[in-house]
Design a binder for this molecule. Structure first.
Ligand code: 4NP
Length: 158
């Protein structure tokens, strides 16, 4: 069983979209993969994703309308194998909660999956326009394609 957590600030734009995209790409293996998302902040706990995220995702055949925002908590380090963060500030916020090296090793910038060691951030689309949401979709879709491929390889090689 692989357990993947996507993390951003609000858990209403980037990380729920990453969750939805990765779930869609791995849907044939849903018994072997757990995917969730969380925000480092408490700003939007209980809310569904931003309307602009829901609408953009639907144009790509991904439905995130049923997801509900929650806050990242320390037990998430125990519950997940890989914690993918969207930007450098999410990275410091999550790392600051780590209890040991094992926790820290689980945390990675999502875009390092496509561009290793580049430490690039997925830009926060919240205060921008529609194009920002489409740009975020493309970045997340590319990263999740790589992650889905390696998850499926792992499952197939067992
Ligand atoms: P997210 O976007 O971290 O991708 O969910 C944001 C959502 C809300 C806020 C910031 C970023 N906010 O400041 O309320």
């Amino acid at each position: 069983m692989s357990k993947i957590l996507m993390v951003c600030l609000g858990n209403i734009c980037r990380s729920p979209l990453a969750e939805g995209i990765l779930r869609e790409k791995t849907k044939e293996y849903s018994k072997d993969i757990i995917i969730d998302s969380a925000g480092t902040s408490n700003y939007h706990i209980g809310s569904q994703p931003d309307n602009r995220t829901i609408a953009n995702a639907l144009t790509h055949g991904v439905d995130v309308s049923q997801l509900k925002a929650r806050q990242f908590t320390v037990p998430d380090f125990d519950d997940f194998d890989h914690i993918y963060v969207m930007d450098s500030s999410n990275y410091s916020d999550v790392i600051s909660l780590a209890r040991n090296e094992g926790d820290k090793k689980k945390v990675a910038l999502l875009l390092n999956s496509i561009y290793p060691n580049s430490n690039m951030s997925v830009p926060d689309p919240y205060f921008g326009g529609e194009q920002g949401f489409e740009n975020v979709f493309i970045l997340l879709d590319n990263a999740c394609e790589i992650i889905a491929g390696s998850l499926i390889n792992q499952i197939a090689s067992k």
